[in-house]
Design a protein around this ligand. Structure first.
Ligand SMILES: [Zn+2]
Length: 256
C-alpha cells in the first residue's frame, strides 16, 4: 500500500526540498526501536540529513523511556533493554542518568483523583516524547498521502486513548484495521476526514504503549470543523502537555 511510486523529494520533517540541504531516506518510526534487523515492510521517506540528526537524541530518549515502562513486554523491547540500554547504563553513565533522572515510586491517580497505588516511574520529558510522536504522525501522513503535512497543521498527541471523548470514539470506530511493517514493534490505524489534511490515528509500540493523534488544519478552521463527524476537536480534546501526555502525577519537578 502507499504511494511509493510517486515520492516527491520533500522532507518529512520540515516539508522543504533539496535546496535546503542534502537529503536521505529516513525511518519515520525511530529505527532505534529495533535491536536488530527491521522487518522487510519498513518504510522510509525523504528527509534532510540535518533535520533527521536533530531528532536523534529525542529518539534515543524515547526508546529508553518506552522500554522502561511497566507493562512493556515484548521480545524486541527485551533485546533493547538487555542490549543498547544496558550498554548505555554501563558506558555512557552521564547520558543514562540524564535520561532516567528522578526515578522514584510515585503515587498514581486517575484524572478524577482516585488513588491507583504506587508505580515506579521517572519524570519523563514529555516534550521530547511529543516531538518524536509528532514525527511519527508526520511520517504516517506523508506515507499515506504522498505529501508532507502542511507546516501550519496542528498535531495533537494523546497518550491515553482509553479515556476518549465522544469524538475520539467516533473516529476510532471509522479507522482502518491495524497496519504494521511486518512485526509488532509498531502498528497503526488511521482515518482521514473529509478535509484530507485531517487525519486521526492510533499508534501502538511493542503491542503495549498506545498513542492517539489528530491533525488539524489551522488554515481552514471553520470548514474543517464542519467536516468532522462530531464536535470540535480542539473544544473537546485536551491539548498535549495540559492533557493526556503529562508526567506522572504528582510530579516532582520535571526538568528539561
Ligand atoms: Zn527538513
Amino acid at each position: 500500500m502507499g504511494p511509493s511510486s510517486r515520492t516527491p523529494k520533500l522532507c518529512m520533517f520540515c516539508g522543504g526540498d533539496e535546496s535546503l540541504g542534502p537529503m536521505n531516506k529516513e525511518h519515520f518510526v525511530p529505527r532505534a526501536l529495533w535491536a536488530g534487523k527491521r522487518p522487510p515492510g519498513t518504510i522510509t521517506l525523504p528527509a534532510h540529513i540535518s533535520c533527521n540528526r536533530a531528532f536523534s537524541d529525542d529518539n534515543d530518549y524515547f526508546r529508553t523511556w518506552l522500554v522502561s515502562q511497566e507493562g512493556t513486554e515484548h521480545s524486541e523491547a527485551d533485546k533493547i533493554r538487555n542490549g543498547p540500554v544496558l550498554r548505555m547504563a554501563r558506558n555512557r553513565r552521564r547520558q543514562y542518568t540524564r535520561y532516567i533522572q528522578d526515578f522514584a515510586f510515585r503515587p498514581r491517580f486517575t484524572e478524577s483523583g482516585i488513588f491507583l497505588g504506587y508505580q515506579g516511574s521517572f519524570a519523563f520529558e514529555y516534550q521530547r516524547i511529543y516531538r518524536v510522536m509528532k514525527n511519527v504522525v508526520k511520517g504516517l501522513f506523508y506515507f499515506l498521502q504522498g505529501r508532507p503535512l502542511l507546516s501550519t497543521t496542528y498535531i495533537g498527541v494523546y497518550d491515553d486513548p482509553n479515556d476518549p471523548h465522544p469524538q475520539t470514539e467516533s473516529l476510532v470506530s471509522k479507522m482502518s484495521p491495524w497496519y504494521g511493517f511486518g512485526d509488532t514493534v509498531f502498528g497503526w490505524r488511521h482515518v482521514f476526514c473529509e478535509n484530507m489534511e485531517q487525519m486521526a490515528c492510533l499508534m501502538c509500540f511493542y503491542q503495549s504503549k498506545l498513542f492517539y493523534a489528530i491533525t488539524h488544519d489551522t488554515r481552514k478552521e471553520a470548514k474543517a470543523d464542519e467536516s468532522l463527524t462530531s464536535g470540535d476537536p480542539r473544544g473537546n480534546s485536551r491539548a498535549l502537555g495540559a492533557g493526556l501526555l503529562t508526567p506522572p502525577k504528582p510530579s516532582t519537578g520535571v526538568s528539561h
